[in-house]
Design a protein around this ligand. Structure first.
Ligand SMILES: *Cc1c(COP(=O)(O)O)cnc(C)c1O
Length: 428
């Protein structure tokens, strides 16, 4: 009996394809390999026993790409830095939401991002990226990659597709660009970047020996509300710490894409040692079963909260994808690219940091914490917390002001959330 990949379950009934939420409870797992246990056990093991020396040799040949797979041959389990049943089942299930051919899971979102960038970039390359991006990504791009001879070129997300075209007018950028890295909607402003336009630009700039790769950090809307691969992206990245984990009790990341791209990323993951632990993998498998329930409830709650905030006299402006003006270009892009507005809201209070802090300190049900996507609602102050590392002038250009507060909406009762916001605004 083989102890290889448990890709056992069909994705259809007859010829009727099953939806991802129907497959989250069992896909990719064979109970008969684990004493009939209905759920995958936690495989806490560093290494796996080979039946014979010949089998060990064959597994290594595949792992190190020394030969092609024989027909029907599956890669065997070797060592938990290379593969582990919990991670393999998880990776199979994660591909379903995005319609990806393959997935790789990591012990953090930053591990997924850094491993992916190091896989494709070499000295002399340019990486074009949308701004703002997540604080850790911003630091990686501006302070760590340049030490390896990689040049980051930032493009403001609120400048639209024209800003990307403008950036590649510079021949030193155009000739050396190897990757376009985008985060959309942007954190914390919810500015949208046009994925299809970036993919088209990447195809135009690609040379036969040098494909320009488009990677999208889809943490804010995905995996339910935006599917970048369908719009031409090559790689989708998640901080699985957020919606995929969903309970604020783990740190993890994912990269998805074609088999060829993900195999290259996994090769780097093996050597950099950035894979997720079996425990993290097991917890994510449990989280995936309720992903749709949670994200749907959070999305509905966010609409109530955003409507309440938009009407409040102490609030200047609300940044919420469900409130884009119907005749704006952003709205047209939203309709093309997104499935639903998600559950991240930011807003500007009348006043400055003092008013924002008064509000944050008065909250009772919302927790004052960074991070997002968990079952509980959170509030934070981007300018002094998540984005405090960004140059103050650039911060203003990106629209991250002293009076801005960011909310992540959870699964509580929406009227309780609104009651909390109401009393905290009254305290300002
Ligand atoms: C949190 C986050 C990250 C980093 O993920 P970690 O799991 O904290 O390493 C990257 N991108 C976005 C958009 C995030 O919100």
């Amino acid at each position: 009996m083989s102890t290889t990949k448990h890709d056992s379950h069909s994705r259809t009934i007859g010829d009727k394809p099953l939806r991802p939420e129907s497959l989250m409870m069992g896909y990719g797992y064979r109970p008969e390999l684990s004493e009939g246990s209905i759920k995958p056990p936690l495989f806490l093991t560093s290494t796996f026993v080979f039946n014979t020396a010949e089998e060990g040799k064959a597994f290594f040949e595949l792992a190190y790409g020394l030969r092609k797979k024989d027909p029907g041959e599956e890669m065997g389990l070797i060592y938990s830095r290379l593969n582990n049943p919990d991670l393999e089942i998880l990776e199979d299930r994660l591909t379903l939401w995005d319609g990806a051919a393959a997935a790789a899971v990591f012990e953090s979102g930053m591990a997924a991002i850094s491993t992916t960038l190091l896989t494709f970039l070499t000295p002399g390359d340019v990486i074009l990226f949308s701004e703002p991006v997540y604080g850790g990504t911003d630091y990686l791009l501006k302070h760590i990659l340049p030490r390896f001879g990689i040049r980051p070129v930032g493009v403001l997300a609120n400048g639209g597709a024209a800003a990307f075209e403008q950036a590649v007018m510079d021949s030193t950028v155009r000739q050396h660009v190897r990757m376009i890295y985008i985060e959309t909607p942007a954190n914390p402003t919810n500015a949208l970047v046009d994925i299809a336009a970036c993919a088209e630009l990447a195809r135009r700039l690609s040379q036969p020996d040098r494909q320009v790769v488009v990677a999208v950090d889809n943490t804010f809307l995905g995996p339910l509300w935006q599917h970048p691969l369908q719009h031409g992206a090559d790689i989708v990245i998640y901080s699985a710490t957020k919606y995929i984990g969903g309970h604020s009790d783990l740190i993890a990341g994912v990269a998805l894409g074609s088999k060829s791209f993900v195999n290259q990323i996994k090769g780097f993951r093996t050597i950099l040692g950035t894979m997720a632990s079996p425990m993290t993998g097991w917890m994510l498998l449990r989280s995936l079963e309720t992903l749709k329930l949670r994200m749907t409830s959070q999305m509905k709650n966010a609409r109530y909260v955003a409507d309440f905030l938009a009407d409040h006299p102490k609030i200047e402006r609300v940044h919420y994808l469900g409130h884009l003006s119907p005749d704006s270009p952003e709205h047209a892009l939203y309709r093309r690219q997104c499935v639903a507005p998600g559950s991240m809201i930011s807003f500007e209070l009348v006043g400055g940091e003092r008013e924002a802090f008064r509000f944050l300190n008065a909250l009772q049900l919302f927790r004052l914490a960074v991070s997002l996507g968990g079952t509980e609602s959170l509030a934070e102050h981007p300018a002094s917390m998540t984005h405090s590392d960004v140059d103050p002038e650039e911060r203003i250009e990106m629209g991250i002001t002293a009076n801005m507060v960011r909310l992540s909406i959870g699964v509580e009762h929406p009227e309780d959330l609104i009651a909390d916001l109401e009393q905290a605004l009254a305290a300002v």
